[in-house]
Structures are given as C-alpha cells and as structure tokens.
Design a protein around this ligand. Sequence first.
Ligand SMILES: [Zn+2]
Length: 495
Amino acid sequence: MKRVLIGGLVHETHTFLAETTDLQAFSRLIWVQGSGLLDRCQGDVSPMGGALEVAQQRGWRVYPSVYGAAMPSGTVADEVLETWWQRFGADLDQALQEGLDGILLILHGAMAFTSFADGEGELLQRVRDRLGQRRLPIAADLDLHANFSPRMARNANIFTGYRQNPHTDARQAGERAAQLLDLAMGGARPQVVCLKPPVIYSPKGTSTAAEPVVTLEAMARQLEADHPELLEVCVLPGFAYADVPCAGVSFCATTTGDPREAEALLQPLARYALAQAQAGNPQDPPIDEVMPRAMALARGPIGLIEPSDNIGGGTPGDGTGILQALISYGATNSAVVINDPEAAAACHTASTGDRLTLPIGGKMDRFHGPTLTLPVELLRRSDGRFALENEKSHLASLVGRQVDMGPTALVRHQGIYILLTTNKTPPMDLGQLRSQGLVPEELYLIGIKAAISHKAAYDPILRESFYVDTPGLGASDLRRFPYRHLPRPMAPLDP
Ligand SMILES: [Zn+2]
C-alpha cells in the first residue's frame, strides 16, 4: 500500500494592494487539518477532492496534514507560512517515521509572503530539505495563474495545472497530480523543467477561449501526444498583479526523459507567447466611450465587465466607476454589487422601505473611484448566504456549495439597484443576485467585477457584453503598475 502525505496552501497574491492577508482570511475560507481535511474536501469539486478520489481508487494510505485557502487578496503574512509549515513539517516527520512513499500538495502558484516573494518555491524547498537524502516524489497541482519559478521546478517532481479559464477543470488537475504521483511511486523518476519568456499577460489575456492561450494550449497538448515522456505540459499565463521576480508567462513540463530535451521542446511555446505580447494584453475602452453604445441597445441583460475591480483577482470590489456611470446615464433597472460592510451594516439598523443617505464604495483605498454619497431606498436585507446555482463552478471548488456574503442589503437609487455586501464575493454565480431578489435575466445593465471568471455564469444570459476601463488595481493596462521586482525588459512594458 502506497503511503502519501497530503496538504496544501492556496492563494493568489495581489502585491499592489495595501492590505496584508493574515491567518484569519484563510480561516474564513479554508483551514483544515488531519481528518478535518478529509471531512471538508472528500467528494467536492476542488483539486483536493479530485486528488482524494484518486487516492481512494488506488488504495493509498493517506496521511492528511494541513490545507488552507483564502480569496485572492494582498501579500500574505509570514505567520501563514510558519503556521502551515509547523503543522506540515511535524506531520512529515511523523509520516517519515511510519513510512512514506510520496507527497501531494494542492497549490496555486502565485502566492507571495511578506518575506518570500516566491511563496510556493519557499514552501516546496522546505519540504524537499526536510526529506534530506530520501528520494520521495513530490507532486503538486497549480492554477494556470501561477507565477512559476525555477525554484519550484527544482523542488518537486510533478506539476499539473488547470487548462480552463474560467477554472471549470480544477478537480481534474488534482486528479492528474495524484495519478502521476502514483506512477512516480511505482518507479518512474520524473523531473520538472520550466521556461519563462520575458512577457507578461494581463488577466484578460489569460482566457483559454481566446488567443494567445488557445494556441498555446493546443501546442502543449500536441507535445504531450507526440512525446510520451512528457507526462504533463503546463501553460501558465500567470498573474500579473504580483511585483515579484517570477511573475509573467511560464511553461513547465514534467518529464521522465532528458530534461534538456524537454526544455528544447518548450521553446516554440515560449517564442509564441513572446510574439503574442499584444494579444495577451487586450485593452479596455473607457467606460464613457462604452456607455452610449450600451444604452443604444433597447434590451438587456447587458454586461458591463470591469476588470479593474476584478474581485477574483484580489481587488476590493468596492469600485464605484460603473455605479457612477449608471447614475450619470440614467440606466434604470440596472444593477451593481458593491462590497461595503459599513453601508451594509447601516442598512441592517434600518427597516425595509426606509430612505437613507449612504456613503457607498471607494473606501478600501484611493484607487477604486470616489465614495458616492447617495439617497437610497432600502428594499431588502439578508444574512447574505446563498446556495450556488452551479455546483461545479470554480467558486464551488473554493467555497463548497454555500456562499456567505455576510450581512447584505439591496438598495435602490434613481431606479438603479445596488447590492451591498459585507464579504467580497466574485461574480461567478447567478445565485448571488437571485437570492437577493434580483432576477438577472430581467435587468438592463449589470456591472460585473471580473475579467474572465464571470463567463461561465453570465455569458449564457447576457444579450451583449462590454469590457470597460474604470479606476482600479485590476486594470488591463499593466503600464499603470509600479513594478520594481519584475525582470526587465519585459514585453509589452518595455520596447
Ligand atoms: Zn486562476
């Protein structure tokens, strides 16, 4: 019976945000240990759920250790890594005494700690160092938004990655990591190589339904088909809002063959990614350019997609750019969700039907538009909990079947609906609106704080959608960000 230690730590870190992500932020989403890990993840659609199912099929003896995940947000406090490592390191020592054949980690790949910019590189190095001379295989799965590093490659034997954005295949990446680990424990000795062309893509450029990633994905699958020694080729377009040396587009391959050959095979992908620097950075038109075009359409629902306040990318979700435009263009029967715990709390001390004057949004920092003080009518209050309509979505893989937006209130200003939430919630499921009394199919304009991750939920109902540029730290124009640690030159930032 193969004995495997399983754990993980998942975070996408937006290093330009002023906030620090502490242990509490993880506790709010996922922080489970030992049998609690199995209780939480067995049978769910997360990569951990997928890995555990393969473990069961293959008859592994699983040592569950510690698994944490938080919503995308600012730089992660060192205490998160140290707390995680204290438990994982102790479980590893224990497992080594009892007998251990492999290690499986569920990761993201774009985690940055206060003291360690290459979060996963540090974590994997600690695991590898603790193994000393033992040649146990380490397998990990990654989000395609991983900012992959050579240090990660050196300290693991297997990486698998998501191939869909929106991430509808997270579970499968976890399954493949477990399957390949099973192979490695049977005697194969895979190694990992990586290539990092000097190019960075904005989140919108990482869609797997558009160029350049469509072609890159096809090239990767063709490589796997032509070269059986390549167990997995990962296309990792990366996460741009990380001012770290390993940010940017990466490719990695897990190979049982000659690592230099595998590296050579990745070269055409790296060349293509670099040549497509412009396609990987599609720009958004200013919202004032878009509004007249949107308002010229008689019927909704019409999506106004706002990457600059892309909650799934870590921004506050309190940007007021779209709300301001809806008001100034008189777009009645439209809706936008604003994360504003203060305004939501004020509504919870009032009664339905009350008229209030509320300062709304733009509070977390100075980058997401001004706070708008508006007279509103309170339509509805709730505890903000809702059941996901799509139980197979990426959101489901993170939070389970229930989402908790915290105390939530629906208010109306000049015919515009504003949903005020306490916990920022990425717009990945229509249950978010429907549970609060809004019928998305009947709205005119819908402000959507996302770049790509909304598409699985919203594309089927939207008659039309427009990307808009508004103030925010998720802007598609990467030249606005004060990078200091990114290797230069980097396309398309430098000539
Ligand atoms: Zn992602």
